[in-house]
Ligand binder design. Structure first.
Ligand code: GUN
Length: 300
């Protein structure tokens, strides 16, 4: 069997079209443009490329978008002060602080300083709690897990009663996606197992999965023998394994590899996301969706 390729690029484009309508409506009805600020401290190449992509998309969707780039040695106090300013700024509906932060900054102090009603990343403890409760409580589902859920649902896989195995227990992906898929809700109702670095016989768990979500940060970790024939495989890994010259632009670009051995896995899986072009474009799109939602909530 050769797997269907789940194109995050195509599904993200569909959702962006839906968002354009919502942005237009906000403008017509309330004279409001969704406002997004992305704050970057330092010049980590991966972070610069993520933030640039987020700003580009925000701009294309007609947002009021602000890129706030700060030096890597910015003090924690100054960073908290900036966030406080954006919390009070009515033209800004969403605040994103790109992670990881430089080592001298306490990440949780920074995330906790963002107004939960502008926390479009969904990382503030209030939003993490809302996600855990589920239902109407959820305002801003975190972007990568929300994108994963959309990919599964929009490519026609049934989550209700499915065996889902999540590889990885990070706060950004593993824990929230596990929590979202076990909720009593549309696109959820799954039986979820989370495996991690201390799990015994990881392969045995993965082989049970109807839907396998891999967010381990280890290139090529998941081998074809780990995959149940016909399973839906979502590869969240974005590992920079080298550099090459882009045929399109002539510039140096990163060579990216997922956490799944893609070429071998596609012969076993029923459907699989590529890297790049799978989860990545969805994460950015869900950030845009959360920002539109923040603006809608602010408009009442
Ligand atoms: N770094 C890696 N992923 C993310 C994300 O989803 N949000 C933020 N703010 N930083 C990240």
């Amino acid at each position: 069997m050769t797997a269907k390729i789940i194109s995050g690029t195509e599904i993200a484009a569909q959702i962006r079209e839906e968002l354009k309508t919502a942005v237009e409506e906000l403008k017509q009805r309330h004279g409001v443009m969704p406002g997004l600020v992305t704050i970057l401290a330092g010049d980590n190449p991966a972070s610069v490329s993520y933030v640039t992509a987020k700003q580009k998309t925000a701009h294309e969707l007609g947002f009021h978008s602000v890129q706030d780039s700060q030096p890597g040695d910015i003090s924690q106090e100054k960073l908290l002060c900036l966030i406080e300013g954006y919390n009070r700024d009515p033209s800004i509906h969403g605040i994103l602080v790109q992670l990881p932060l430089p080592g001298h900054i306490d990440e949780s102090a920074v995330l906790n300083a963002i107004d939960p009603d502008k926390d479009v990343d969904g990382f503030h403890p209030v939003n993490v709690g809302r996600l855990m409760i589920g239902g109407d409580q959820v305002k801003f589902p975190p972007c990568t897990p929300a994108g994963i859920q959309e990919l599964i649902v929009r490519s026609g896989f049934e989550t209700s009663g499915a065996e889902v195995v999540v590889v990885g227990r990070s706060n950004i992906v593993g824990k929230p996606i596990a929590n979202m898929l076990l909720q009593k809700a549309r696109g959820a109702n799954a039986t979820v197992t989370v495996v991690h670095t201390r799990t015994k016989e990881m392969e045995r768990h993965c082989r049970r999965a109807d839907i396998l979500i891999v967010a381990a940060g280890v290139p090529g970790l998941v081998k074809p023998e780990w995959i149940k024939p016909g399973a839906c495989v979502i590869d969240v890994g974005v590992n920079r394994v080298g550099e090459k010259i882009s045929e399109k632009t002539g510039k140096k670009i990163a060579i990216l590899k997922g956490d799944v051995d893609f070429e071998a896995a596609r012969e076993i899986a029923g459907a699989i996301t590529p890297v790049p072009g799978g989860v990545g474009p969805m994460t950015i799109t869900m950030l845009m969706k959360n920002t539109v939602r923040a603006a809608q909530i602010a408009c009442g």
